[in-house]
Design a protein around this ligand. Sequence first.
Ligand SMILES: CC(C)(COP(=O)(O)OP(=O)(O)OC[C@H]1O[C@@H](n2cnc3c(N)ncnc32)[C@H](O)[C@@H]1OP(=O)(O)O)[C@@H](O)C(=O)NCCC(=O)NCCS
Length: 185
Amino acid sequence: MSFTLLVRKFLAALMPDRLVYVLSEEASHKRCRYQKRLLRSHGDDLYLANNVSLISPGEITFGNHCAVNEFVHILAGGGVTIGNGVWIANHASIITITHPKDVEFVGHHPAITEPVVIEDNVWIGSHAIILPGVKLGKSCVVGAGAVVTKNVPPYAIVTGIPASVQSYKLRGGELPYRQVDGQHG
Ligand SMILES: CC(C)(COP(=O)(O)OP(=O)(O)OC[C@H]1O[C@@H](n2cnc3c(N)ncnc32)[C@H](O)[C@@H]1OP(=O)(O)O)[C@@H](O)C(=O)NCCC(=O)NCCS
Protein backbone atom coordinates (compact mmCIF):
# COMPACT_ATOMS: atom_id res chain seq x y z
CA MET A 1 0.00 0.00 0.00
CA SER A 2 1.38 3.40 -0.99
CA PHE A 3 2.08 6.05 1.64
CA THR A 4 -0.57 8.38 0.16
CA LEU A 5 -3.22 5.68 0.32
CA LEU A 6 -2.25 4.92 3.89
CA VAL A 7 -2.60 8.60 4.85
CA ARG A 8 -5.99 8.80 3.08
CA LYS A 9 -7.24 5.72 4.90
CA PHE A 10 -6.04 7.13 8.21
CA LEU A 11 -7.80 10.47 7.62
CA ALA A 12 -10.99 8.71 6.46
CA ALA A 13 -10.95 6.60 9.63
CA LEU A 14 -10.78 9.79 11.74
CA MET A 15 -13.72 11.39 9.93
CA PRO A 16 -17.04 11.04 11.76
CA ASP A 17 -19.62 8.99 9.82
CA ARG A 18 -21.97 11.94 9.76
CA LEU A 19 -19.37 14.08 7.99
CA VAL A 20 -18.67 11.29 5.47
CA TYR A 21 -22.40 11.13 4.77
CA VAL A 22 -22.75 14.89 4.34
CA LEU A 23 -19.71 15.08 2.06
CA SER A 24 -20.83 12.17 -0.11
CA GLU A 25 -24.31 13.69 -0.44
CA GLU A 26 -22.74 16.99 -1.47
CA ALA A 27 -20.50 15.20 -3.99
CA SER A 28 -23.58 13.49 -5.38
CA HIS A 29 -25.44 16.80 -5.80
CA LYS A 30 -22.45 18.21 -7.63
CA ARG A 31 -22.33 15.17 -9.90
CA CYS A 32 -26.04 15.60 -10.63
CA ARG A 33 -25.58 19.28 -11.52
CA TYR A 34 -22.64 18.33 -13.72
CA GLN A 35 -24.61 15.56 -15.48
CA LYS A 36 -27.33 18.08 -16.32
CA ARG A 37 -24.80 20.17 -18.20
CA LEU A 38 -23.87 17.16 -20.33
CA LEU A 39 -27.43 16.50 -21.57
CA ARG A 40 -28.36 17.40 -25.12
CA SER A 41 -31.05 19.63 -23.64
CA HIS A 42 -33.46 19.80 -20.72
CA GLY A 43 -36.38 21.97 -19.71
CA ASP A 44 -37.19 23.60 -16.37
CA ASP A 45 -37.25 21.77 -13.09
CA LEU A 46 -35.41 18.56 -13.96
CA TYR A 47 -34.77 16.44 -10.84
CA LEU A 48 -31.89 14.00 -11.18
CA ALA A 49 -31.47 12.00 -7.97
CA ASN A 50 -28.16 10.82 -6.61
CA ASN A 51 -26.62 7.76 -8.23
CA VAL A 52 -28.38 8.14 -11.56
CA SER A 53 -26.23 6.73 -14.31
CA LEU A 54 -26.46 8.38 -17.72
CA ILE A 55 -24.31 6.82 -20.43
CA SER A 56 -23.93 9.16 -23.44
CA PRO A 57 -25.88 12.00 -21.77
CA GLY A 58 -25.36 14.11 -24.89
CA GLU A 59 -27.96 11.88 -26.60
CA ILE A 60 -30.69 12.59 -24.01
CA THR A 61 -33.36 15.29 -24.23
CA PHE A 62 -35.68 16.06 -21.30
CA GLY A 63 -38.75 18.30 -21.34
CA ASN A 64 -39.99 20.30 -18.33
CA HIS A 65 -40.77 18.97 -14.83
CA CYS A 66 -39.20 15.52 -15.14
CA ALA A 67 -37.93 13.43 -12.23
CA VAL A 68 -35.34 10.67 -12.42
CA ASN A 69 -34.93 8.73 -9.19
CA GLU A 70 -32.07 6.89 -7.59
CA PHE A 71 -30.15 4.21 -9.53
CA VAL A 72 -31.96 4.82 -12.81
CA HIS A 73 -29.70 3.75 -15.66
CA ILE A 74 -30.02 5.25 -19.14
CA LEU A 75 -27.87 3.76 -21.89
CA ALA A 76 -28.51 6.50 -24.39
CA GLY A 77 -26.19 5.86 -27.34
CA GLY A 78 -29.18 5.40 -29.68
CA GLY A 79 -30.91 8.57 -28.49
CA VAL A 80 -33.53 9.12 -25.79
CA THR A 81 -36.23 11.77 -26.12
CA ILE A 82 -38.25 12.43 -22.99
CA GLY A 83 -41.24 14.78 -22.92
CA ASN A 84 -42.70 16.91 -20.11
CA GLY A 85 -43.77 15.63 -16.71
CA VAL A 86 -42.09 12.21 -17.00
CA TRP A 87 -41.37 10.39 -13.74
CA ILE A 88 -38.91 7.53 -13.68
CA ALA A 89 -38.81 5.46 -10.48
CA ASN A 90 -35.73 4.03 -8.85
CA HIS A 91 -33.72 1.30 -10.61
CA ALA A 92 -35.57 1.60 -13.91
CA SER A 93 -33.43 1.16 -17.05
CA ILE A 94 -33.78 2.67 -20.49
CA ILE A 95 -31.70 0.88 -23.08
CA THR A 96 -31.05 2.02 -26.66
CA ILE A 97 -28.25 -0.34 -27.66
CA THR A 98 -28.36 -4.03 -28.51
CA HIS A 99 -26.20 -6.55 -30.38
CA PRO A 100 -26.75 -8.95 -33.28
CA LYS A 101 -27.92 -12.33 -31.95
CA ASP A 102 -26.72 -14.82 -34.56
CA VAL A 103 -23.00 -14.28 -34.21
CA GLU A 104 -20.25 -16.16 -32.44
CA PHE A 105 -19.02 -13.19 -30.40
CA VAL A 106 -20.92 -9.91 -30.17
CA GLY A 107 -17.69 -7.98 -29.59
CA HIS A 108 -16.69 -8.57 -33.23
CA HIS A 109 -19.77 -6.84 -34.62
CA PRO A 110 -21.03 -3.28 -34.42
CA ALA A 111 -23.74 -2.62 -31.87
CA ILE A 112 -27.28 -1.87 -33.05
CA THR A 113 -28.80 1.36 -31.81
CA GLU A 114 -32.49 2.26 -31.71
CA PRO A 115 -33.93 5.37 -30.08
CA VAL A 116 -36.40 5.38 -27.20
CA VAL A 117 -39.16 8.01 -27.12
CA ILE A 118 -41.10 8.79 -23.95
CA GLU A 119 -44.05 11.13 -24.39
CA ASP A 120 -45.48 13.61 -21.89
CA ASN A 121 -46.65 12.57 -18.39
CA VAL A 122 -45.42 8.96 -18.53
CA TRP A 123 -44.74 7.24 -15.20
CA ILE A 124 -42.20 4.41 -15.26
CA GLY A 125 -42.31 2.14 -12.19
CA SER A 126 -39.45 0.84 -10.17
CA HIS A 127 -37.11 -1.70 -11.86
CA ALA A 128 -38.89 -1.47 -15.22
CA ILE A 129 -36.76 -1.99 -18.33
CA ILE A 130 -37.48 -0.12 -21.56
CA LEU A 131 -35.83 -1.83 -24.52
CA PRO A 132 -34.39 -0.24 -27.71
CA GLY A 133 -36.82 1.20 -30.25
CA VAL A 134 -39.75 1.50 -27.84
CA LYS A 135 -42.10 4.48 -27.75
CA LEU A 136 -44.10 5.08 -24.57
CA GLY A 137 -47.32 6.90 -25.48
CA LYS A 138 -48.38 9.94 -23.53
CA SER A 139 -49.58 9.52 -19.99
CA CYS A 140 -49.03 5.75 -19.94
CA VAL A 141 -47.89 3.85 -16.84
CA VAL A 142 -45.22 1.16 -16.88
CA GLY A 143 -45.67 -1.12 -13.85
CA ALA A 144 -42.85 -2.00 -11.51
CA GLY A 145 -40.58 -4.69 -12.95
CA ALA A 146 -42.12 -4.66 -16.44
CA VAL A 147 -39.93 -5.36 -19.46
CA VAL A 148 -41.25 -3.22 -22.29
CA THR A 149 -40.46 -4.73 -25.69
CA LYS A 150 -43.08 -2.96 -27.85
CA ASN A 151 -44.65 0.48 -28.15
CA VAL A 152 -47.15 1.35 -25.41
CA PRO A 153 -50.36 3.18 -26.40
CA PRO A 154 -51.24 6.47 -24.72
CA TYR A 155 -52.94 6.12 -21.30
CA ALA A 156 -52.26 2.37 -21.12
CA ILE A 157 -51.09 0.68 -17.92
CA VAL A 158 -48.67 -2.08 -18.81
CA THR A 159 -47.18 -4.73 -16.56
CA GLY A 160 -45.26 -7.99 -16.75
CA ILE A 161 -42.60 -9.64 -18.88
CA PRO A 162 -43.00 -8.98 -21.74
CA ALA A 163 -45.14 -5.99 -20.80
CA SER A 164 -48.76 -6.10 -21.92
CA VAL A 165 -51.69 -3.76 -21.42
CA GLN A 166 -53.39 -4.43 -18.08
CA SER A 167 -55.91 -1.58 -18.38
CA TYR A 168 -56.24 2.06 -19.35
CA LYS A 169 -56.05 5.08 -17.08
CA LEU A 170 -59.06 7.20 -16.34
CA ARG A 171 -58.75 10.51 -18.06
CA GLY A 172 -59.80 13.48 -15.98
CA GLY A 173 -60.98 10.98 -13.33
CA GLU A 174 -64.09 10.16 -15.36
CA LEU A 175 -64.18 7.80 -18.31
CA PRO A 176 -61.54 5.37 -19.54
CA TYR A 177 -59.53 6.92 -22.34
CA ARG A 178 -60.76 4.41 -24.90
CA GLN A 179 -64.35 5.42 -24.22
CA VAL A 180 -63.51 9.09 -24.53
CA ASP A 181 -62.05 9.04 -28.01
CA GLY A 182 -62.49 5.46 -29.17
CA GLN A 183 -58.85 4.89 -30.07
CA HIS A 184 -58.20 1.88 -27.89
CA GLY A 185 -61.40 -0.08 -27.79
C1 LIG B 1 -48.85 -0.93 -12.46
C2 LIG B 1 -49.52 -0.39 -11.22
C3 LIG B 1 -49.61 1.13 -11.27
C4 LIG B 1 -50.90 -1.02 -11.20
O1 LIG B 1 -51.63 -0.51 -10.15
P1 LIG B 1 -53.17 -1.01 -9.97
O2 LIG B 1 -53.93 -0.87 -11.23
O3 LIG B 1 -53.65 -0.33 -8.72
O4 LIG B 1 -52.95 -2.53 -9.76
P2 LIG B 1 -53.74 -3.51 -8.82
O5 LIG B 1 -53.06 -3.53 -7.50
O6 LIG B 1 -55.20 -3.20 -8.88
O7 LIG B 1 -53.47 -4.90 -9.55
C5 LIG B 1 -54.17 -5.30 -10.70
C6 LIG B 1 -53.57 -6.63 -11.16
O8 LIG B 1 -52.29 -6.38 -11.75
C7 LIG B 1 -51.27 -7.08 -11.04
N1 LIG B 1 -50.12 -6.16 -10.96
C8 LIG B 1 -50.09 -4.95 -10.39
N2 LIG B 1 -48.89 -4.39 -10.55
C9 LIG B 1 -48.15 -5.26 -11.24
C10 LIG B 1 -46.82 -5.27 -11.69
N3 LIG B 1 -46.03 -4.21 -11.49
N4 LIG B 1 -46.37 -6.33 -12.39
C11 LIG B 1 -47.19 -7.41 -12.62
N5 LIG B 1 -48.46 -7.46 -12.20
C12 LIG B 1 -48.93 -6.40 -11.51
C13 LIG B 1 -51.86 -7.39 -9.68
O9 LIG B 1 -51.29 -8.52 -9.12
C14 LIG B 1 -53.31 -7.60 -10.04
O10 LIG B 1 -53.44 -8.88 -10.61
P3 LIG B 1 -54.78 -9.78 -10.34
O11 LIG B 1 -55.91 -8.98 -10.96
O12 LIG B 1 -54.49 -11.07 -11.04
O13 LIG B 1 -54.91 -9.87 -8.86
C15 LIG B 1 -48.74 -0.74 -9.93
O14 LIG B 1 -48.97 -2.02 -9.46
C16 LIG B 1 -47.24 -0.52 -10.07
O15 LIG B 1 -46.47 -1.34 -10.58
N6 LIG B 1 -46.82 0.66 -9.57
C17 LIG B 1 -45.44 1.08 -9.62
C18 LIG B 1 -44.96 1.43 -8.21
C19 LIG B 1 -43.59 1.99 -8.26
O16 LIG B 1 -42.75 1.57 -9.00
N7 LIG B 1 -43.36 2.95 -7.42
C20 LIG B 1 -42.08 3.63 -7.39
C21 LIG B 1 -42.23 5.00 -6.82
S1 LIG B 1 -42.51 6.20 -8.10
